[in-house]
Ligand binder design. Structure first.
Ligand code: NAD
Length: 368
């Protein structure tokens, strides 16, 4: 078979949607197209047992439809686990828009997208993600009420990053307690990869707690913002894995815990904000378990953002979001305990806890 035929065959196989939905357990995938605005989007609804599927809309210059589909399938499933383990009544969903995030989209584009979201009748609630801003949510809100992360003047809770960062900070404290018996961070070394929205707030918490923080970012402005406010060490992005820190906190990209980085990383704890940190959940999760490196599951400790959106959806204030986010500390310790007792990875232990809640709630929903 020539390589071009083989590539075409592999693309065709990956575009077969229903078998992938069956394997991953998705309820609905919606393809949206609008020729006048150029909008091309895929909305993924994974599971609505606990409530409407909430998850942000990611704008990304995907190189193919296959890549976009894979991302929305994976991300929407992740949201099901994140909301379930956080004890909130939301299902898992996510949307992707195939477009360059750097190009301005405009009112018509976002309103057309809002109409697609609205056509789902509240089964999917959108919010911000990579490539979208509170301003985009304002335009979406002109066409649908099923949008969270709106600015305060529209009754929204705005940027969820401070709440996310607080949850990650608590996840780090719980991890240190697991390692040392105390959650005192003074003098503990932390490498923070990426000081964007979440990373900047996280660094503030860590510095206030007396940790010695090393940061990196590909964006010099963000480095400057952090250095102006905090006393931190700065390294080049490619050197972050080589820093000899107790804690590695990935707050930029997913899949940074992989074959390559695990050869270089010299840390006792991995706990950060990025989604899907383990490139291969099973392989790299098992590696960390065998080596005794403590891994705080990402979807557990970075749930502050979705918790914040939940409070907006049910119409209560941010105090409740902070209160619910505080549960992350105890839940992280519980996951470590289960992982040890059952000799399973912390990722697996967290997934089991989330699945248990969905199963139990599904049963009580069946009765009046
Ligand atoms: P952001 O885009 O504001 O910040 C990411 C930062 O990482 C940017 O400053 C960027 O320049 C930097 N970066 C990108 N590639 C890098 C690299 N190779 N090395 C070093 N730095 C790099 O995003 P954010 O909102 O702060 O989110 C950070 C991570 O946390 C993302 O993975 C996101 O999906 C996840 N997350 C965010 C929230 C939230 O509330 N914002 C909630 C849950 C999960």
């Amino acid at each position: 078979m020539s390589s071009s035929i083989a590539t075409a065959k592999s693309i065709a196989e990956n575009l077969v949607v229903l078998p992938q939905m069956t394997e991953m357990g998705h309820e609905q995938i919606v393809f949206c197209n609008d020729n006048s605005t150029g909008l091309k989007s895929i909305i993924g609804i994974h599971n609505t047992t606990l409530g409407p599927a909430l998850g942000g809309t990611r704008v990304w210059a995907y190189t193919s439809e296959v890549e976009a589909l894979r991302d929305v399938l994976r991300l929407s499933r992740g949201m099901t686990y994140k909301s379930a383990i956080s004890g909130i009544n939301l299902g898992g969903g996510k949307a992707v828009i195939i477009a360059d995030p750097k190009t301005k989209k405009g009112e018509a584009f976002w309103r057309r997208y809002g109409k697609f979201v609205n056509s789902l009748g509240g089964k999917y609630i959108t919010a911000e993600d990579v490539g979208t801003s509170p301003g985009d949510m304002v335009h979406i809100a002109m066409e649908t009420k099923h949008v969270a992360g709106k600015p305060a003047y529209l009754g929204g809770t705005g940027d969820p990053s401070p709440v996310t960062a607080y949850g990650v900070f608590l996840g780090i404290k719980a991890s240190v307690k697991e390692l040392t018996g105390s959650d005192d961070l003074s003098g503990k070394t932390v490498s923070v990869q990426g000081v964007g929205h979440v990373g900047q707030y996280l660094v503030e918490h860590l510095c206030k707690a007396g940790a010695e923080v090393t940061i990196c970012d590909i964006n010099e402005n963000n480095i400057k913002l952090v250095c102006d406010k905090n006393k931190v060490n700065v390294v080049a992005p490619e050197d972050i894995y080589k820093v000899n820190s107790l804690i590695y906190a990935p707050c930029a990209l997913g899949a940074t815990v992989n074959d390559h980085t695990l050869e270089i990383l010299n840390c006792a704890i991995i706990a950060g904000a990025a989604n899907n940190q383990l490139e291969d959940e099973v392989k790299h999760g098992n590696y960390l378990l065998e080596k005794g490196i403590i891994y705080a599951p990402d979807f557990l400790i970075n749930a502050g953002g979705v918790i914040n959106c939940y409070t907006e959806v049910i119409g209560v204030n941010r105090d409740m979001a902070v209160g619910l986010t505080e549960n992350i500390y105890a839940k992280t310790l519980e996951i470590f305990k289960t992982s040890k007792e059952q000799n399973i990875t912390t990722q697996k232990a967290a997934m089991l806890l989330a699945e248990q809640r969905i199963e139990q709630v599904a049963k009580i929903k069946a009765v009046l």
